[in-house]
Design a protein around this ligand. Sequence first.
Ligand SMILES: *Cc1c(COP(=O)(O)O)cnc(C)c1O
Length: 431
Amino acid sequence: MTTKLNDTRLALFGGPKTIDRPFKRYNPIGREEVEAAKQVVESGVLSQFIGAWDPDFYGGPKVKEFERKCENYFGVKHAITVNSWTSGLIAAVGAIGIEPGDEVIVTPFTMCASATAILHWNAIPVFADIDPDTFCLDPKSVEANVTPFTKAIMAVDIFGHSANMDALMEIARKHKLKVITDTAQAPGAMYKGRFAGTLSHVGGFSLNYHKHIHTGEGGILVTDDDELAERLRLIRNHAEAVVGDMDLANLTNMIGYNFRLGEIECAIGIAQLDKLAELVTGRQKIAQRLTVGLAGLKGLKTPTIEEGCTHSYYVYPLVFDVKKLGISRTRILEALQAEGLQGLAGGYVNVHLLPMYQRKIAYGTHGFPWSSDVCRREVNYAKGICPVAEELHDQTFAGFPMCLHELTDDDVALIIAAFRKVWAQLDSLHA
Ligand SMILES: *Cc1c(COP(=O)(O)O)cnc(C)c1O
């Protein structure tokens, strides 16, 4: 008879689970945030924005305090809060002076909002492929996708690692393009001594509740460009209502919104920013232990960190060499999940394959903007245009969301044990 202790069968085949308890939910919100929010609520001023040319056009005391604090922290000239990073991306694309029909080169391996922000201004997303090691835009593919209609590049610092900013900024200089960085997932990650998100013309971070630090919903735009900063602030707050009073001559994309972040969120953000470094360091320590613990497992690639970079591990990325292993990702994940591993999921996003791009239907029913004359050429979204991103998504990539759980040292040891157990019996998965 096998006892539980010496039963080494995979849980998938009836053996005991390696991890027999749920991981604790990640929650970076503590006393400091409660106190900060309470003070704002008690003050009665939950927002102080006015959508007219007035000192309060730029928001109330907590908005300003949080923005000045972000400027100091990230080492940028301007930080502008917004009510989500999706809003931030929309403001960024508008602020660079995009024209309808202009092309913006973007990665498909990202959350859909990166590309939607481009379409929002009736500009055309063009998808370039990604680097198989960092999962960020491959500069070679970006260069190959530049056309006379290209206006900008949108790089995404996916999972917590910066895109190759030196190469992307060089391409931008050569072709006179603007660069926007979507650093939603990588606040606190470094690129050659500077914070990821601060190396482009305009960048920024998400503050939604499943990122490293959060204010429930929210975002922060960062730029060193005075004019861009002012245009971002205008788009954030009903631009069209104030440009007259401001005597602004250039009305390009001065269609405004209400993208304003509230006083409560900004007060919470001030407290959260104090914790960012520690939270990211905590993730880096866990990731380091995982990488050491998973080393040597055949056909399993742990994260790559480029020279001069640090990773903030919003997601701990893994790649299975399914050809070498001769086992599908689905089967491996089944075995790991049966061992009690929570969170690890196969694939990521291939934005170009979403129905909106496949059918080229965004605004209305007639295929606007692609079908209109603002779009000056046939843009290809067919499967096959981004082979690296597609293979990762379809067959080889699995991400472990690090901001879902508060992992203890024991949890990390159990995760490693689950992988090692499955890898020791990979042959049994061939069936
Ligand atoms: C979260 C995220 C966004 C959107 O941010 P929100 O604050 O949720 O609007 C955009 N891009 C990426 C890569 C993200 O991870």
